[in-house]
Design a binder for this molecule. Structure first.
Ligand code: EPZ
Length: 427
């Protein structure tokens, strides 16, 4: 298993190109199941999670090719014939986003058998809302031997469904399913994350009839068929935020290109309170660290347009060296502070009380051996390592490959001393 070794302390400076968004790419790939025609996804991030979704779709009968001839890669997906409607535990347990095939399979085939994903490092992560929404659209569902058995042999019916709480993949699953339902579906209290907007635009370019995009109520008039489309995946806002913090935490200045300032409203306002300067530039954002230490601030994670939970671990790394005390409240996931003990090994001063973490800023972090526990926790340790004095060695870095394309190359190009080493070489 690889490790990452970082010698911290270099202010980063340079340009980083932001990749396509992982959390947009995964539902967009699942959307290919809705049609027998080709869906081409441009600006595709080639990440482990994307490969994993690709393997699942191939098992279901989708043909998939990667075209690397353009400036960015394109993934071509064609679900001409769905050969099985079963998504097995073996594949779903490795990636929870596999649940995204449930809605499209039932909508197109009238049947689906999808393993329940089970819990994961950041929380219990139930999928009851996906199930209840599909039931409202006329699907019979039985939970049996760890599987969701969904049947709608005469097709889905339009429904009026209100999410009792905001769910990103829940919204995506029902949105995809509703495209092929008979009649009109109204989905209320939906998530408004930019990845959902991206999915809705892509579905409309395939011939779906979705309105209310970007609001909390989506109205979908069902159609009988969707057709071919070519769609460009939006920039990864979480990768954007992560590299913005890399500039801020090292006292540097980085241009983030092929990304969009407006994807991160809750995050950018928090960075400005911390003293980080953000400027719009052509095709991106210029991020400049505060002149002295960052200022402490309070953070509360929330659905879009609030502060994204997927940037909570990274902002915590920055606040460990801020002047003063910050309070970070995690409202989305019940167990998303696993980076705290690892950051404390690096001299951070953090106290966790339930869903709140009190971060008392220290003058500097110190390099240490630490262990990654999930994707965003891992990258927060990379950020801390970039700022820390001395050497940081992070183990279990396979989590990073699920969500960050060419992380070491992107950071090295800005002056970071970071390398990936084999376990025996790092010992
Ligand atoms: C998506 O997960 C993202 N994953 C997550 O990104 C992200 O952390 C999360 O949204 C919140 O923004 C993808 O887009 C692939 P939810 P999702 O359903 O859809 C509860 C990353 O690091 N809930 O919005 O699974 C749930 O337990 C990741 O890239 C139910 O109770 O999240 C949670 O407390 C990890 N029942 C809250 O809702 C349900 O049926 C929000 O979860 C569904 C969710």
């Amino acid at each position: 298993m690889d490790k990452i070794r970082i010698i911290g302390g270099n202010p980063l400076s340079g340009t980083i190109r932001i990749s396509g968004a992982k959390n947009a790419m995964l539902p967009l790939m699942a959307a290919s199941l809705l049609s027998d025609k080709t869906l081409i996804l441009k600006n595709a991030p080639l990440l482990d999670d994307v490969m994993q979704m690709g393997s699942l779709l191939e098992q279901l009968g989708v043909s998939l090719t990667v075209d690397a001839s353009g400036a960015t890669r394109a993934v071509h997906l064609k679900a001409e014939k769905i050969t099985t409607t079963t998504a097995s535990y073996d594949i779903v347990r490795k990636m929870r986003a596999s649940i995204l095939v449930l809605g499209p399979l039932v909508a197109r085939c009238g049947y689906a058998k999808v393993s329940l994903p089970g819990g994961c490092a950041i929380g219990v992560r139930p999928v009851d809302l996906h199930v209840k929404g599909l039931m409202a659209m006329g699907t019979e569902i039985e939970l049996e031997d760890g599987y969701i058995n969904a049947r709608a042999p005469s097709g889905l019916k339009g429904a009026d469904y209100t999410f009792p709480l905001v769910s990103v993949t829940g919204t995506e699953n029902l949105l995809m399913a509703a495209c092929l339902a008979k009649g009109t579906t109204i989905l209320r209290n939906v998530a408004r994350e930019p990845e959902i907007t991206d999915l809705a635009h892509c579905l409309n370019s395939m011939g779906a009839r979705i309105s209310g995009i970007e609001t909390d109520t989506l109205v979908i008039e069902g159609v009988t068929l969707l057709h071919e489309a070519t769609y460009t995946v939006l920039p990864d806002r979480i990768e954007t935020g992560t590299y913005a913090i890399a500039a801020a935490i090292t006292g540097g200045e980085i241009q983030l290109i092929d990304t969009d300032f407006d994807l991160l409203p809750g995050f950018t306002s928090a960075l400005e309170l911390i003293g980080v300067k953000l400027a719009r530039i052509a095709n991106g954002i210029l991020v400049t660290a505060p002149a002295g230490r960052p200022q402490a601030t309070d953070i509360i994670t929330a659905p879009f347009p609030g502060f994204a939970t997927d940037l909570q671990a990274q902002i915590m790394a920055l606040l460990t060296i801020a002047k003063g005390q910050s309070c970070i409240t995690e409202t989305i996931w019940e167990n998303r502070f696993m980076h705290v003990p690892e950051l404390m090994r690096m001299n951070a001063d953090i106290q966790v009380e339930g869903s709140r973490a009190l971060v008392t800023g220290v003058k500097s972090l110190k390099g240490a051996q630490v262990m990654a526990t999930d994707l965003r926790a891992s990258v927060s340790l990379v950020l801390a390592g970039l700022a820390a004095k001395g050497e940081t060695v992070i183990s279990r870095v396979y989590h990073l490959d699920r969500g960050y394309e060419n992380l070491e190359a992107k950071l090295s190009a800005c002056g970071a001393q970071i390398e990936r080493v084999k376990v025996d070489e790092a010992a």
